[in-house]
Design a protein around this ligand. Structure first.
Ligand code: CUA
Length: 329
C-alpha cells in the first residue's frame, strides 16, 4: 500500500517534468526568441505566484490574528507603501520590461530565410522562394530550416482560420484567409520539433500537425538543392506502372509532380513526397504501407479531408502507386 502511494507520488512529481521537455513543448525553448518569451513568462508567473501568496497570507493574517497584532495592517503607512507604492512601482517596471523583451520580435532579421506557410483543411503548404539558380518549390507538412539562420515565416490560410504554432520556437500566429501574418524564429540546435494547428478549423483540426526539422547549414543547402530539382523518372517497371496509374487516375489534377504533366495545385505538391518524414499532416510515418493505406482510406482515416478514398484500386495497383510515390525522393 505504502509503496503504491510512493509510486503515485513519484509519478505525480515526474509527470509535469516530462511535459516540460520534448519536441512539442513551450517550456523547452530551442531558439533565441523562444528563450526570451520563456524567461518573460517565467518572470511573470513566478512574480505573480509570490505576490499572490503574500497577499493571501496577509489576508489570512488580517482575519485570524489577534486584533492588537494585526492593527498595523490598517495603518496609513501600510496602505501607502503596500497598497499604492508597491503596485505602482511593480507594474510600471513590468510594462517596459515586457516591451523591451518583446521588441523587434515581429521584424524580420537581416539575412533571414523567407518561408511561406499556408494553412489548408487539414494540412500545411510550405513554399520556399527561388534562390540563385534554384527554382522556387512547394512541399507539405514539414518545414526544413538551417540552424543559426533567422527564419521569416509569412503565413496565411486558403479556406478558414488556422493558427500556426511551434511551441519550441515560441510565438503562435493566426493564419487568416486574405491576410499575411509574420512570425520570426531561429533554431539554435539541430533536431526535429513538432508544430500544430492551434485554432479549431474543422473536424480534423486535431490531426493537423507538421514537423520542423533543423539541419546544419550544409545539410540544409543539400536538401534545398534536391527539392528544387524535378522528379526523377522511375526505372523499375513496377514504379513506372505506378506512375502510369497516377497519370491515368487523374491524381495530377490535384497534385503536382514537377517534371511530369501532373501540375494540380489543389493538394500537396508530391515532387519529393518520398523524402518527407510523415504523411497525412504528421499522422503516420511515411512508407509504402502507410501511403497505400492512405490512398485507399483517406475518408476513413481522416474523414472530411479533400482527397477522396481510392478504395477500388487492387492491392497490386496500390503497391505500385504507393511505391512510385515513395520513390519520389
Ligand atoms: Cu487548422 Cu485547426
Amino acid at each position: 500500500m505504502r509503496s503504491s502511494a510512493k509510486r503515485a507520488a513519484a509519478l505525480f512529481c515526474v509527470l509535469p517534468l516530462i511535459g516540460c521537455s520534448g519536441v512539442q513543448s513551450a517550456l523547452d525553448p530551442a531558439g533565441g526568441d523562444a528563450s526570451r518569451i520563456y524567461w518573460l513568462t517565467m518572470t511573470m508567473t513566478v512574480g505573480g505566484i509570490l505576490i499572490f501568496l503574500s497577499v493571501t497570507s496577509l489576508l489570512l493574517y488580517a482575519i485570524f490574528a489577534p486584533p492588537e497584532r494585526r492593527a498595523w495592517l490598517g495603518s496609513r503607512r501600510t496602505i501607502i507603501y503596500g497598497g499604492l507604492a508597491f503596485p505602482i512601482i511593480t507594474l510600471s517596471a513590468l510594462l517596459p520590461y515586457g516591451l523591451i523583451v518583446m521588441r523587434d520580435s515581429d521584424v524580420p532579421k537581416a539575412g533571414a530565410l523567407p518561408i511561406e506557410v499556408i494553412g489548408e483543411q487539414y494540412w500545411w503548404r510550405v513554399r520556399y522562394p527561388a534562390d540563385g539558380d534554384r527554382v522556387a518549390f512547394s512541399t507539405a507538412n514539414e518545414i526544413i530550416v538551417p540552424v543559426g539562420r533567422p527564419i521569416a515565416v509569412s503565413v496565411t490560410a486558403a479556406d478558414v482560420i488556422h493558427s500556426f504554432w511551434i511551441p519550441n520556437f515560441g510565438g503562435k500566429i493566426d493564419m487568416i484567409p486574405g491576410r499575411i501574418n509574420r512570425l520570426n524564429f531561429t533554431a539554435e540546435r539541430p533536431g526535429i520539433y513538432r508544430g500544430v494547428c492551434a485554432e479549431f478549423c474543422g473536424d480534423q483540426h486535431a490531426r493537423m500537425a507538421f514537423d520542423v526539422i533543423a539541419l546544419e547549414p550544409a545539410a540544409f543547402e543539400t536538401w534545398r538543392t534536391e527539392q528544387a530539382k524535378p522528379a526523377q523518372d522511375p526505372e523499375v517497371p513496377l514504379l513506372a506502372r505506378g506512375r502510369e496509374l497516377f497519370r491515368a487516375g487523374g491524381c495530377g489534377s490535384c497534385h503536382a509532380v514537377r517534371g511530369t504533366e501532373a501540375n494540380g495545385q489543389f493538394g500537396p505538391d508530391l515532387t519529393h513526397v518520398g523524402s518527407r518524414r510523415t504523411i497525412g499532416a504528421g499522422q503516420f510515418p511515411n512508407n509504402i504501407g502507410t501511403l497505400a493505406g492512405w490512398i485507399a482510406n483517406t475518408q476513413h482515416i481522416k474523414p472530411g479531408v479533400r482527397m477522396p478514398s481510392y478504395g477500388s484500386l487492387t492491392g497490386e495497383d496500390l503497391r505500385a502507386l504507393a511505391g512510385y510515390l515513395e520513390s519520389l525522393r
